[in-house]
Ligand binder design. Structure first.
Ligand SMILES: [Zn+2]
Length: 78
């Protein structure tokens, strides 16, 4: 049996990919990130690690998606 391998694999799936960006920082930077993203700028370069956090955090990704929908709806209204 290869029990340690399984535990290692599970730990990799669950563990955070970019520990330097937490949910608090993510929420703080999300407005700016979405603005840059919709403007076609390199949002990943402006806010390093945030994309990785969104990929690993369903709650923040949901927040990101609704913010994208909100901001693009406002932009199209003009
Ligand atoms: Zn998060």
């Amino acid at each position: 049996m290869t029990q340690p391998d399984i535990e290692q694999a599970l730990g990799r799936l669950v563990g955070p990919l970019e520990p330097e960006v937490g949910c608090d920082e993510c929420f703080d930077e999300l407005d700016r990130y979405v603005e840059l993203e919709l403007a076609g700028s390199d949002a990943d370069a402006a806010v390093p690690g945030l994309r990785a956090h969104l990929d690993g955090c369903p709650a923040c990704r949901e927040e990101h998606d609704s913010l994208v929908a909100l901001v693009s709806a406002e932009k199209h209204r003009t």
